[in-house]
Design a protein. Structure first.
Length: 130
């Protein structure tokens, strides 16, 4: 009975992980500043543009790869192929530094679901009436 509860909890956690995978849309760029009126010079010279900070290493390719690995790991957990699920989660953990914070928490949740499934897999179900 406990095995079924652990497996159900693991699958529920994995399902929540997949269901929480929302894509965020970038906000519209701000409009350029209004040009000064003709013949009017600004009182102070324009400050040089701030140095551009490179975008976070999380790109669409990295998040797409992570989503594929999450889907694979969830499928492997559901099919009780825990060794394959572990490989997929290990690959996800290697990508984790390049993922946005919300994706990093998904990797952590998936690892917990896999660990719970492994623990449940080690338990034996007693036979009734045999």
């Amino acid at each position: 009975m406990k095995t079924i509860q652990w497996m159900s909890a693991g699958l529920l956690a994995a399902g929540l992980l997949v269901a929480c995978g929302k894509e965020e849309t970038p906000s519209a760029p701000s409009p350029p500043p209004a040009a000064p009126a003709a013949g009017v010079t600004p009182a102070t010279p324009a400050a040089p543009a701030a140095p551009t900070v490179p975008a976070a290493p999380a790109t669409a390719d990295v998040t797409a790869k992570a989503q594929t690995l999450i889907d694979q790991a969830n499928g492997y957990i559901a099919d009780h192929k825990l060794d394959l699920a572990d490989k997929a989660v290990t690959q996800l953990e290697a990508l984790k530094p390049n993922l946005p914070t919300d994706w990093q928490s998904k990797v952590d949740t998936l690892r917990k679901a896999l660990d719970a499934a492994k623990a449940a897999n080690g338990m034996s179900i007693p036979k009734i009436g045999g």
